[in-house]
Write a protein that binds this ligand. Structure first.
Ligand code: 2AM
Length: 178
């Protein structure tokens, strides 16, 4: 029998004021009805996508997250552009600059996963917030007022699918250093 697996990724969830600010900016700047919009309550920033992980290895992933609990200083990402990425057909918010602590944090996460026998992403990390999928052509894009996203914690998230699309549920959350 094949072992059950879980589709996992590490992510940042916005706090309530940040989510409000992002949604307000989207209402002002984005044309309606493009592609399949990310549900507002599911807007997140992926730090590291693991994909399908056998159920029996979930604890190792949790251990990788726990190993970084409270170790990285808090940081703030400033989203300042809306970009259309042609190949994945997504529309996303991006940041011109990746804060050093964020880059270091993603590197540390990858090292913890590698040390436990996972195969982390090798491509450089690019902070982005997917707003809509299945966007084939770039819509007219207005310039964006810089949107600060303060990060004080990180989460392990599970992606499940139902007829209306992907659902993201938090399995565990750890703090960054205060
Ligand atoms: P995205 O916003 O860049 O598409 C759950 O699927 C999350 O993991 C998505 O938000 C997605 O980020 C991210 N992810 C990264 N690599 C992925 C991949 N190869 N397949 C599916 N999702 C991926």
């Amino acid at each position: 029998m094949t072992e059950p697996s879980r589709r996992l990724f590490f992510a940042l969830w916005p706090d309530a004021p940040t989510l409000e600010a992002v949604l307000a900016a989207l209402r002002r700047n984005l044309p309606r009805g493009i592609g399949r919009a990310q549900r507002p309550d599911q807007l997140h920033l992926t730090l590291e996508f693991l994909g399908s992980v056998p159920e029996s290895r979930l604890q190792e992933v949790l251990d990788a997250g726990a190993a970084l609990s409270g170790r990285t200083p808090r940081f703030e990402i400033v989203f300042d552009k809306v970009e259309h990425w042609k190949r994945p057909e997504v529309l996303c918010l991006t940041a011109s600059a990746t804060p050093e602590p964020l880059a270091a944090f993603v590197q540390a996460l990858r090292s913890e996963l590698l040390a436990r026998g996972f195969e982390p992403e090798k491509r450089p990390f690019k902070a982005h917030l997917t707003l809509a999928r299945k966007v084939r052509r770039p819509p007219p894009l207005a310039t964006l007022q810089p949107l600060p996203w303060p990060a004080g914690e990180f989460s392990l998230v599970e992606s499940t699918t139902d007829p209306s699309g992907s659902r993201y549920g938090t399995l565990a959350t750890w703090p960054l250093a205060s």
